[in-house]
Design a protein around this ligand. Structure first.
Ligand SMILES: CC(C)(COP(=O)(O)OP(=O)(O)OC[C@H]1O[C@@H](n2cnc3c(N)ncnc32)[C@H](O)[C@@H]1OP(=O)(O)O)[C@@H](O)C(=O)NCCC(=O)NCCS
Length: 311
């Protein structure tokens, strides 16, 4: 596997990576919960994950081959529509460069291709970094039986005294059996199912050929140049210029291209909330790009559109 983010090498883990990852855990988790925490983390990452779960896991290496990040995930054998992220970590020296978001994106793309519609993961109470990261990516904290630092916690989730925060991220709804898509506006709005993709996306314009290594999620050819919407890390890695940094929301409902009124309803609701929106239609879904810092507001607004009366 040769995917790169920010010039880093991303590949599937192999069994010999197990010890290398164990060796960094305490440092990366800042020795959280002392010896007991260290013991627990090592037990949560047995070698089997580096042997039998490698097609849904990722390892990031720096220029000198040092481990800079990892994600261990799997598709639930019992629930085929569920993807589970078991463990994620990024070296303190490489944080806030979008590495974890990139790994979540790779996992999500893989999972969605295999029919997954929901992502889940858990974290320990008090891990504010993990809560900030997951909610920043669009995960929601599941209800709990008490609050710790204002976050819902489920007591005894993993055994007596082992409390956890659990997260869920609902992905796009499956395409309707009809290849033509839904046309009724009321039905469309009720089943809008907005999905907030992990990470930040930027609009950039290139002239001439598309630069190697760019994987745009939107491409528009105009006389003035080629407009690309790409993950910000790709633009940064290639030195592409941009000003608008967006969050990408996909409307999970399968709307027909000839459906009337969805774009107006969506952009109208966002405009009423003071959120600018760039809407693009694919064959199956509509996609909305909103200012990154308004992503949570936009998701709330779109959920309200889906829940509200359609007149
Ligand atoms: C949580 C962790 C994996 C995030 O890795 P990362 O590569 O730094 O995260 P990213 O750069 O991809 O961040 C993506 C988004 O998450 C949010 N985020 C990440 N770190 C954050 C922080 N310290 N404070 C607030 N928000 C944060 C932001 O929204 C960020 O986007 P932005 O940088 O564009 O604002 C990393 O901090 C880590 O390894 N922590 C220790 C291990 C751990 O707790 N793992 C999770 C539980 S298993």
């Amino acid at each position: 596997m040769t995917e790169t983010s920010d010039g880093l090498h991303v590949r599937r883990p192999v069994p010999s990576d197990h010890q290398r990852v164990l060796a960094v855990l305490d440092d990366w988790w800042s020795g959280s919960q002392g010896a007991a925490g260290s013991h627990q983390r090592a037990h949560l990452l047995p070698r089997l994950f580096f042997e039998h779960f490698t097609d849904t896991s990722y390892l990031v290496e720096g220029p000198d081959g040092e481990v800079l990040g990892f994600l261990i995930g799997f598709l639930s054998p019992a629930h085929p529509r569920l993807g589970y992220i078991h463990f994620v970590g990024v070296s303190p020296a490489a944080r806030r460069r979008g590495i974890a978001a990139h790994l979540y994106r790779l996992f999500t793309e893989h999972a969605v291709r295999r029919g997954v519609r929901e992502l889940r993961c858990i974290t320990s109470p008090g891990n504010a970094l993990s809560v900030a990261f997951h909610t920043g990516l669009g995960f929601e904290v599941d209800p709990g039986d008490r609050l710790v630092d204002d976050v819902a916690v489920q007591g005894d989730y993993d055994g007596p005294g082992v409390d956890r925060i659990t997260f869920t991220h609902r992905l796009v709804t499956p395409l309707a059996p009809s290849a033509t898509g839904e046309t009724d506006l009321r039905t469309l709005l009720r089943s809008l199912s907005p999905l907030l993709h992990p990470g930040r996306y930027v609009y950039t314009v290139v002239h001439g050929a598309m630069p190697a290594g760019v994987k745009p999620v939107v491409l528009v050819r105009e006389a003035e140049g080629l407009t690309l919407v790409v993950p910000r890390e790709q633009a940064d890695a290639l030195g592409l210029t941009y000003t608008y940094v967006a969050a990408w929301i996909t409307l999970g409902v399968h709307s027909a291209l000839e459906a009337v009124g969805v774009t107006a309803a969506v952009s109208g609701a966002l405009a009423a909330a003071g959120i600018s929106a760039n809407v693009t239609a694919g064959f199956a879904h509509d996609h909305v790009f909103v200012p990154y810092e308004r992503a949570a507001d936009a998701m709330r607004t779109l959920s309200a559109v889906a829940a509200g009366p359609c007149t």
